[in-house]
Design a protein around this ligand. Structure first.
Ligand code: FAD
Length: 385
């Protein structure tokens, strides 16, 4: 059974690993990604705030040596979901089972004035470049703003505002600065009232201004203002954006997407095309766009592929649960477990915040890198930046 996995992010790496672990050399998996390596979303914040380096957080795909798996670094140029055929700049691939895990593309240019007058921290390039910008920043009006919905990892803008507070405080620049957070959501983490309460208290304690229920429509760099909601303006010296998200163009052109994202059966992750699955940010499953959800969906798809390989009926179903680590600054991390079940209100619990969970968050990354890349992380030679 030829399995072709498009995208080697959270979802693609998990499905590939599970299938290889089970079938070994008997697997026939091609994993395709255009980049040279994987970077965790949370590592972007770590680099941006100078806690580590860009090279330390890159997990090169050349380290991905798994039985029955071939990694191909290539651009996916077209997907034919009926024929399950994929064209790339490294040739064409035919699949018996096709897994689309291409994530969400980010488009800073879609927000007027953002490229000219602000910075985005959601791409690797954007977050890594911000490290020098933050290093030079001597204080002023900081606005962290979301420009469209849906967006990945809904807690990330809140974490960024809190880490910005720590960054300015450590450098003695907090007194001459303000921090505002503009979010489309009514609460920082809507499915977990406890997590939202902790975050709102942390904002209040640190003097972070919270602007819920609105988006940043654009920036006017000449006047140094962010255009917020219907008719508000927020002056800024440093604007940190969550840019517009959309499904990769190749997905839109394939006819797989409806209303911007790939609809799937929320239990099986199957698309409307036989033998074609979609997982993670590219799919509309009903869960937030986050790595933990992409990984959970991928493991269900892997189970279903393995059942098919054994000639059994596939019974694995997705339960919609994910555990996120929430950075609260001051060296504290909380755990938020959220469950999204079709037809039911999402529900979420909170543990912490606690300094002890910093190690748990580290272990979350370490265990994934060990399973996906068979190496230790952080590396023994990692030196503080
Ligand atoms: C600042 C920040 C913090 C975050 N923190 C967390 C967190 O703490 N916990 C959490 O669970 N999630 C977090 N996330 C979200 C998480 O990173 C994503 O939701 C997750 O990576 C989605 O997984 P995925 O497999 O769907 O897509 P991705 O991991 O984005 O992988 C998609 C892959 O497809 C490849 N690709 C796309 N188009 C093509 C093409 N045409 N040809 C070839 N390859 C292509 C890309 O190169 C990419 O490697 C965070 C995100 C950000 C930005």
């Amino acid at each position: 059974m030829r399995v072709v996995v498009l995208g080697a992010g959270f979802g693609g790496l998990e499905v590939t690993t599970r299938v290889s672990d089970e079938l070994g050399d008997g697997a026939d998996v091609v994993l395709i990604d255009r980049t040279e390596g994987f970077v965790f979303g949370f590592s972007k914040l770590d680099v941006m705030f100078g806690r580590t380096t860009a090279s330390e957080v890159l997990h090169p795909y050349r380290d991905l040596v798994k039985p029955g798996v071939r990694f191909v670094q290539a651009d996916v140029r077209s997907i034919d979901p009926v024929a399950r055929r994929v064209e790339t700049d490294a040739g064409a691939f035919d699949a018996d089972v096709l897994v689309v895990a291409l994530g969400a593309d980010l488009d800073p240019g879609a927000t007027p004035g953002l490229v000219e007058g602000g910075h985005e921290f959601y791409t690797e390039e954007g977050a890594f470049a911000l490290r020098d910008v933050l290093d030079r920043f001597e204080g002023g009006r900081v606005v962290v703003g979301v420009t469209s919905t849906p967006f990945k990892c809904p807690p990330a803008p809140s974490e960024t505002a809190l880490l910005m507070h720590d960054h300015l405080t450590e450098r003695g620049n907090r007194d001459r600065s303000s921090i505002s957070l503009v979010m489309p959501l009514p609460a920082p983490v809507p499915p977990s009232p406890d997590a939202s309460k902790v975050l709102l208290a942390a904002f209040a304690e640190r003097g972070i201004e919270w602007h819920p229920g609105r988006l940043v429509r654009g920036l006017d760099p000449e006047r140094g203002v962010a255009l917020v909601g219907e008719d508000e303006e927020l002056p800024y010296d440093l604007f940190l954006a969550v840019p517009v998200h959309r499904a990769p163009a190749v997905v839109i052109e394939s006819g797989l997407a409806v209303d911007g994202w790939i609809p799937v059966d929320p239990l099986t992750l199957e698309t409307s095309f036989p033998g074609v699955y979609a997982v993670g940010d590219v799919a509309s499953v009903g869960t937030p766009k986050a790595g933990v959800f992409a990984e959970g969906q991928a493991s269900v798809v892997a189970e279903r592929i393995l059942a098919q390989a054994r000639g059994e009926d596939a019974s694995a179903e997705y339960g919609g649960t994910g555990l996120c680590y929430l950075e609260l600054g001051h060296g504290n991390v909380a755990k938020v477990e959220v469950t999204f079940l079709s037809g039911q209100a999402p529900r979420g619990g909170l543990q912490g915040p606690s300094a002890a969970f910093v190690a748990d968050k580290q272990a979350f990354g370490t265990t994934r890198v060990r399973r996906w890349f068979a190496r230790e992380w952080p590396s023994a030679e990692a030196t503080p930046p």
